[in-house]
Design a binder for this molecule. Structure first.
Ligand SMILES: Nc1nc2c(c(=O)[nH]1)N[C@H]1C(S)=C(S)[C@@H](COP(=O)(O)O)O[C@H]1N2
Ligand SMILES: [Mo]
Length: 174
C-alpha cells in the first residue's frame, strides 16, 4: 500500500470512529499510538466499562532490590491485547507483526515493553491487564489508575505501571 493510500485510509478511519481518537484523550485516560490502523484513546470510564477480566491476588516484588512491596488484591481490567486489537495493527510488509513491540509509558515517563509474541502468541498475554478497579473498589489516579500489569511476571513490580498514559506500537527493523 502506498503512502497516499495509507494516509487516505487513516483519515477515513479517524473521522469515522466517534468516541476514541487520540487528540481527545482525557486526563487519566490512555492513548494507543504508533503502528496501529486507528490511533485511539480510552477514558477511565471507557476502561472501566470494558473491564471483563478478574486477576488473582499477587505479591508485588521489585526486580532491582528483590524487595517484597505488598500483596495486591484482585484487579479487574481489560486485556491490553484487546485494546490493541481494537486499534488494529498495521502490517505493511509480511511478517511485520513478528518484530513488533509495544512500549507502555506512564505519566512520569516510566516505560516498559511488551512484544507482539508475548501478548498474542504466549499465555503471558492472557494476563496483561489495564485496571481501574482493585478488590471490588474503583481505583483513582492517586492510587495509580489506570494501572497496567503482567500477571505472570516473576518479579511483578517492573511491569506494574502506575498511571499508564500511552501504548505505542513499533515495528523493529533488524
Ligand atoms: N509510573 C510508574 N510505575 C512504576 C514505577 C515508576 O517509577 N513509575 N516503578 C516500578 C517499580 S521499579 C517498582 S519497584 C514499583 C514500586 O511500587 P510502589 O511505588 O507501590 O512501592 O512500581 C513500579 N511501577
Ligand atoms: Mo523496582
Amino acid at each position: 500500500m502506498g503512502m497516499a493510500d495509507t494516509a487516505a485510509k487513516f483519515e477515513q478511519v479517524m473521522t469515522s470512529t466517534a468516541p476514541a481518537i487520540a487528540e481527545h484523550a482525557t486526563p487519566g485516560g490512555i492513548s494507543l499510538t504508533g503502528d496501529v490502523l486507528r490511533a485511539m484513546s480510552f477514558s477511565v470510564d471507557e476502561l472501566r466499562a470494558r473491564a471483563n477480566v478478574l486477576a488473582d491476588t499477587f505479591d508485588l516484588q521489585c526486580f532491582t532490590t528483590d524487595r517484597f512491596i505488598r500483596t495486591v488484591d484482585r484487579y479487574r481490567g481489560v486485556l491490553l491485547k484487546e485494546l490493541i486489537s481494537l486499534a488494529g495493527l498495521r502490517c505493511d510488509s509480511p511478517g511485520d507483526f513478528k518484530r513488533m513491540v509495544m512500549i507502555a509509558s506512564a505519566h512520569d515517563g516510566y516505560a516498559v515493553t511488551f512484544s507482539w509474541h508475548e501478548l498474542f502468541n504466549t499465555p503471558v498475554g492472557e494476563q496483561v491487564l489495564i485496571a481501574c478497579e482493585c478488590g471490588g473498589q474503583p481505583l483513582d489516579a492517586e492510587h495509580g489508575a489506570p494501572v497496567l500489569f503482567s500477571g505472570t511476571d516473576i518479579h511483578s513490580a517492573p511491569r506494574h505501571v502506575k498511571r499508564l498514559a500511552r501504548i505505542e506500537t513499533r515495528v523493529l527493523r533488524p
